[in-house]
Design a protein around this ligand. Structure first.
Ligand code: SF4
Length: 410
């Protein structure tokens, strides 16, 4: 018998759209009503998850054998790393933190720049509901893809005649014309930090006369400063292009400081946006479990934070870990190509609902999908936690259950 399930949340990316209609016969998904191709792919994954079997070096084995081999690898390891946690539920992220604590391991996500800035200066952020109801100036900086995301645009639509809104697109790729922006400001990516500092100076009334602005045309810098001054509620969406480069965390810190200064007179917030197929949330779970949003090491028996030392990318590239435990539906999120190559040099355990293309972990432990097979929760990119439904049966365990099985077998 066909059943229509309404308002299902998709965990296929940071948007966490929660208005999707799914038709199911109780065993399989038959139809997903969404125009998002990425969302369709995420729901289609449910059809193959049940066929996945535990593997050791590609060889199918029983769950018990795979868990025992994973435990052996963990016991042989002196410096394990737990990473990934993108497209994972809050429960799985919490179980991953608990396992890292038990092992004395390092745990980090791929969202290094954001979490580093968050730890340093905090974050002045808001929900999408506030943006929709109040923002009169929205600036997409290095987030052109978000602007053209139909689900995102729909989430900001308002029928209120009181909200008259201006949309500015900033960054290197802003020349890509879109009908959804009112203004485009080209900024040289390597000069973005200086642009923020110049903006701070202008908003504080510092006279920049005689000093040629760098990275941005002078008229555009002046116009931006004046629009921020006139706005009652401005919001910056910073996307993946804004977070590139060695100084990405400094840019995010500078933007946070700019926003705090604007807040002394009017409302201003920022929402950081991950790359496509990535989700947010692991940084929140890490923060409320350990006090730190990323790059946490438990080797001393308590959580220590050191982004320079415990960043997953650096540890893998410098061969400072001897085992990697990858968790989640998109466990390589945020890792560079070079880092992914380094992953093949050490033993790895992968726990998740899909095999990674062109990568063979030493142990693969399949898991069902939270949001389709299991209920749970996840964070949307504005930091709002949303419930996930479990509406199909599965032969698999959840990621959290697999992590707990390993923990109990140790
Ligand atoms: S935008 Fe993201 S959350 Fe929304 S349907 Fe597409 S993949 Fe799913």
């Amino acid at each position: 018998m066909k059943t229509l399930i309404e308002d299902v949340t998709c965990a296929g990316c940071y948007c966490a759209c929660d208005d999707i209609q799914v038709t199911s016969d109780g065993q399989q998904i038959q139809e997903v009503q969404t125009t998002c191709s990425q969302g369709q792919v995420w729901f289609e994954r449910a059809a193959i998850t049940d066929q996945l079997v535990p593997r050791i070096l590609g060889r199918p084995v029983s769950q018990k054998e795979a868990i025992e081999r994973a435990v052996e690898l963990i016991q042989q390891s002196l410096a394990p790393l737990v990473t990934g946690l993108s497209q994972s539920s809050t429960d799985a992220q919490r179980a991953a933190v608990a396992l890292a604590d038990q092992l004395g391991a390092t745990i980090d996500t791929g969202a290094a720049a954001v979490t580093r800035a968050l730890q340093q200066v905090g974050e002045a952020t808001c929900t999408l509901g506030e943006v929709r109801s109040r923002a009169d100036l929205i600036i997409y900086w290095g987030a052109a893809d978000l602007l053209v995301n139909a689900n995102h645009r729909q989430s900001l639509e308002t029928n209120s005649a009181e909200v008259s809104r201006k949309v500015i697109v900033m960054g290197e790729a802003c020349s890509r014309e879109t009908e959804f922006a009112d203004e485009y400001i080209q900024v040289e990516p390597e000069r973005e930090l200086e642009v923020i500092w110049q903006l701070r100076a202008l908003l504080k009334g510092v006279d920049l006369a005689g000093k040629e602005p760098v990275g941005i045309a002078e008229s555009e810098l002046q116009s931006l400063a004046s629009q921020l001054k006139q706005s009652k509620y401005s919001v910056f969406f910073t996307g993946p292009e804004f977070k590139q480069g060695a100084l990405a965390h400094r840019k995010l810190e500078a933007l946070s400081l700019l926003i705090k200064e604007i807040q002394s007179e009017r409302r201003c917030h920022a929402i950081t946006v991950p790359a496509a197929k990535e989700t947010k949330g692991a940084e929140h779970v890490l923060a409320w479990q350990t006090g730190y949003a990323a790059a946490v090491n438990f080797a001393s028996g308590f959580p220590r934070y050191s982004p320079g030392e415990y960043q997953a990318t650096r540890l893998l590239e410098q061969s400072e870990v001897d085992l990697c435990i990858l968790v989640g539906g998109n466990p390589q999120a945020g890792l560079s190509e070079q880092t992914i190559k380094c992953l093949s040099n050490i033993p790895s355990i992968q726990i998740g609902p899909a095999l990674i293309k062109d990568f063979q972990p030493h142990v693969f432990l399949p898991a069902g999908i939270t949001g389709i097979h299991f209920p749970g929760s996840m964070y949307r990119y504005d930091g709002t936690p949303l419930p996930l439904r479990g509406f199909l049966p599965t032969v698999q365990n959840s990621e959290a259950e697999v992590l707990i099985q390993i923990s109990k077998t140790l």
